[in-house]
Design a protein around this ligand. Sequence first.
Ligand code: SF4
Ligand code: SF4
Length: 189
Amino acid sequence: MTMSIKKGTASHGLLRTVEQMADVDLSVCFQCKKCDSGCPVSHLTASPPSEVVRRLHLGAGNELLESDLVWMCVSCETCFARCPMGIDIPSAIDALRVLAVKQQTPTPEGDMPLFNRAFLKTVKIFGRTYDLGMITAHKIGTKSYLKDAEKFPVMLKKKKIALLPPRGADRKTARRIFDSVKRKKENQK
Ligand code: SF4
Ligand code: SF4
């Protein structure tokens, strides 16, 4: 695959910023690609995790924020677990996601930031993800009411989705985490 790299304004593009934000050292990556072979979305993306790291090595700038993996990564941490150098790639991708939101970078297909917000909102309210609430918020936000609607009865029948919000989650702890992140962000302003 051909990589398109434009130098960022800083001499190392986004590399140092991502390393600082994610508290990772990407220089130890030796491109073994073990991360790619375990990644559940690498076959769907144009840029698997090892390529994102390599592009950072090569001085990629803001164009990297348009990489589809930035929003397709499901934070499963498989890459982190498989990496022989212990590189926390999900944190690096989170950092790219934060930068993409800050810079209002166009996102790939669908409204991924909205999906992300809907996901976090349900965790904040219920202490755990509530799929139906998340899907409803995303559908309202994207006005895609009927898209994939035919799958809903099958998912219900197979118990892949629940009508009612999750019970038994530690909502107080979840709230505390959200409040502490909010305070941290306010202190950084
Ligand atoms: S598994 Fe680790 S060392 Fe190997 S390519 Fe991926 S990030 Fe680099
Ligand atoms: S955390 Fe993201 S990049 Fe890593 S394996 Fe999971 S989906 Fe792929």
